[in-house]
Design a protein around this ligand. Structure first.
Ligand code: LMR
Length: 416
């Protein structure tokens, strides 16, 4: 008798389009001056190294030398000083929903965990307009949104967002799409520094988008993974979230501290659900807790302790703001340097102004799949197939190499 093999029909899952690139880069034997990792959206300093924010170092030291610190379980909702602080950072310290006690906040496993918890909660309790539980996501969006929302029991549909011809926001198309959805649809919005396009609405456009949400009674499912990264200013980057909250548009916000505090591996984030009346906080909170308990039991403590210190200690907060400006500023410099190399030095055919105009961690170069494949295979320039590059992966050692290869694939008719 042949032995029973329960996994014989288990085929390999496709590699992750972003994280698999990081592994390919690491396995590439070339020295760092002859290859570039522009795949994963993780900040690197001017030497190409991961950066531990100086203020995070200080907070860590305070935590480990605190004699009252222990390793007990956190409450299911998370670390209380973190919950309050993260809400203030996002909504502003004088936010109506905080003052009126109309906010349910749960700690999550970074932004991914917040998106998952948000999807699960919406899937269980949101009164969807049709029998299908659909979340509309921007076209394009972070590829993992599709898998996370599917895992949380939602169907995904894309809506018009980016105009590839003009490398810009297709604002008219977006408004038309929002108006065309059934009333009370659940719609994903990137709070700032849209991933992957780097294209955000202006403040005036956000106001018009909010007006459509009010007219259609849509539900805004915000993903805020880059607060501080777009402009270097926490308040400015929270404009859309605060505008929607101030106008009492039904919403939730997924918040991540991976990028703005450089706490990628600590998996620290939050899900914020503003509610209409304070009496709704307890039931909403209890349901969020019940999902968390069944899936993860309780949250990891270290990242929450760090972020609470960054926000609650005024000296740390001032220093954190400076650290965020440093990161946003270096990314801005890299935009200018890449643009200048392509346009002024190499005279690369095409318009490259979008590199300057896009914002946040990423630039969408506008290259086709084959050109991207050539950059990876021949140039050892690692980028995702949509031609999204992480600007933070550029530095003085690889800038020229990257620009030269972009120039080469744009000029060359040769296809792989
Ligand atoms: C990215 O988009 O590169 C980051 O958000 C990292 C990730 O998990 O995909």
């Amino acid at each position: 008798m042949t032995a029973f093999d329960p996994w014989s029909s288990c085929v390999a899952a496709p590699p992750d389009p972003i994280l698999a690139l990081a592994a390919e880069f690491a396995n590439d034997p070339l020295p760092n001056t002859e290859k570039a990792n522009l795949g994963v959206g993780a900040y690197r300093d001017e030497e190409g190294n991961p950066w531990i924010l100086p203020v995070v170092r200080k907070a860590e030291q305070e935590i480990v030398s605190d004699p009252s610190m222990n390793h007990e379980y956190l409450p299911i909702a998370g670390y209380a000083p973190f919950l309050q602080a993260s809400a203030r950072l996002l909504f502003g310290k004088d936010a109506k929903i905080i003052n009126e006690g109309r906010l349910a906040t749960n700690q999550t496993i970074s932004g991914s965990g917040a998106n998952h918890l948000g999807a699960e909660f919406v899937q269980r309790f949101y009164p969807f307009p049709t029998e299908r539980k659909v979340i509309y996501v921007t076209d394009p969006t972070w590829p993992n949104h599709f898998a996370i929302f599917r895992g949380g029991g939602l169907e995904t549909e894309t809506y018009t967002y980016y105009d590839p011809k003009h490398y810009a926001l297709d604002f008219e198309g977006m408004i038309k799409a929002l108006l065309g959805m059934p009333d009370r649809s659940v719609v994903l919005l990137h709070a700032c520094a849209h991933n992957p396009s780097g294209v955000d609405p202006t403040q005036e456009q956000w106001q018009q988008i909010a007006a459509v949400f009010q007219k259609k009674q849509h539900f805004a499912f915000f993903d805020s993974a880059y607060q501080g990264f777009a402009s270097g200013d926490f308040d400015r980057d929270a404009y859309a979230v605060r505008y929607f909250a101030d106008h009492d548009i039904p919403m939730l916000v997924c918040q991540s501290f991976a990028k703005n505090a450089g706490l990628y591996g600590e998996r620290i984030g939050a899900l914020h659900v503003p509610v209409k009346s304070s009496s709704e906080v307890a039931p909403v909170h209890s349901q969020l807790n019940s999902i968390q308990r069944s899936e993860l039991s309780s949250m990891p403590a270290f990242g929450a302790r760090i972020v609470a210190k960054l926000i609650n200690n005024p000296e740390f907060f001032a220093e954190w703001q400076q650290n965020v400006k440093t990161m946003a500023g270096r990314i801005e410099e890299m935009r200018k340097a890449l643009y200048s190399l392509l346009v002024d030095e190499l005279k690369t055919p095409g318009s490259w102004k979008h590199i300057l105009e896009q914002t946040g961690m990423f630039s969408f170069l506008g290259l086709d799949k084959q050109q991207c494949a050539r950059l990876v295979k021949e140039g050892h320039i690692y980028l995702v197939a949509t031609s999204r590059i992480s600007m933070a992966g550029l530095n003085k050692y690889n800038l020229k190499l990257v620009a030269t290869w972009i120039d080469r694939v744009v000029r060359s008719e040769t296809k792989l």
